[in-house]
Ligand binder design. Sequence first.
Ligand code: NAP
Length: 304
Amino acid sequence: MHDIIIIGGGPAGLTAALYALRAGKSVLVIEKSTFGGQITWSPKVENFPGIPSVSGAELGDKFTAQALEQGAELELDEVISVEVDGDIKRVKTDFGGTFEAKALIIASGARPRTLGIPGEEELMGAGVCFCAVCDGAFYKGREVAVNGGGNSALQDAMLLSDTCSKVYLIHRRDTFRGEAKLVEALRARDNVEFVLNSSITALLGQDELCGIRVADSEGSEREIAVDGLFIAIGHAPDNGIFASLIDLDEGGYADSDESCLTKTPGVFVAGDCRKKAVRQLTTAAADGSAAALAACRYIDSLEN
Ligand code: NAP
């Protein structure tokens, strides 16, 4: 049995691992996709204190390496169920693993939001993309659109404008959630066209995307020919399998107290899956440390 199982190997989960390991606890981190988490898809991170500029992939690798150096055990697998049996927390995974621990930290992040319009699912991988870092190179010299007004969309548009002939940035409002500096930099690019106060209403093309239909807030519609659409409209939590152990708000985010404790003793939450006002790398790391230290205190209280 481990002292702590952490579900999710992003900045929150790996920070939690670091703090728990340095407090002398044994730690297993289970991640279903990429150690380092969502930030690994960010082309450039320039708002993490002490590191002026780094690619998300490099930063994610550093988080992972640091946890490994401290003695973390890492498991690449998807958690399919979690149960509490007295003081034991039992976690089952898709590949048939069963793992037990005294405390559990859920740092499962969030998954990309979809537009929910016809054809979106069918055209995924055939023009509809969610990651410019991963798929941008396929669209070199071609025309693409990016949808969203947060830092992800702005960064995606920036990256794509380096190699694509044209980038349409489609956003449903005329002000941005993302950093003003990025908006300014995009406005200075000749091959970026802002399509504001506008939403995508249809995807064009049968087997391959060949365009999008966009409606503005006045109700007029236009078709834009593009080979790729990068959807970057934020993320939604994926906390469904934990619902019996933790309270979720109307958006599906986990309720917890200041020390990241949920309604179940020994079960903590950290990072983007948790209800909170600011979801940033720094706040994910802050949650990870708070949850880990609270989990260590909980384990020590069991033993005394
Ligand atoms: P976000 O900040 O939540 O932005 C999502 C954007 O999508 C918003 O502009 C939103 O519009 C729009 N949107 C949401 N639902 C939509 C819908 N159904 N149709 C059309 N547009 C929709 O998400 P994010 O950009 O993925 O960023 C998530 C967090 O990670 C943020 O805190 C961000 O700062 C952070 N991040 C940091 C870095 C970094 O370099 N450190 C990089 C990327 C992201 P409204 O504004 O109108 O609501």
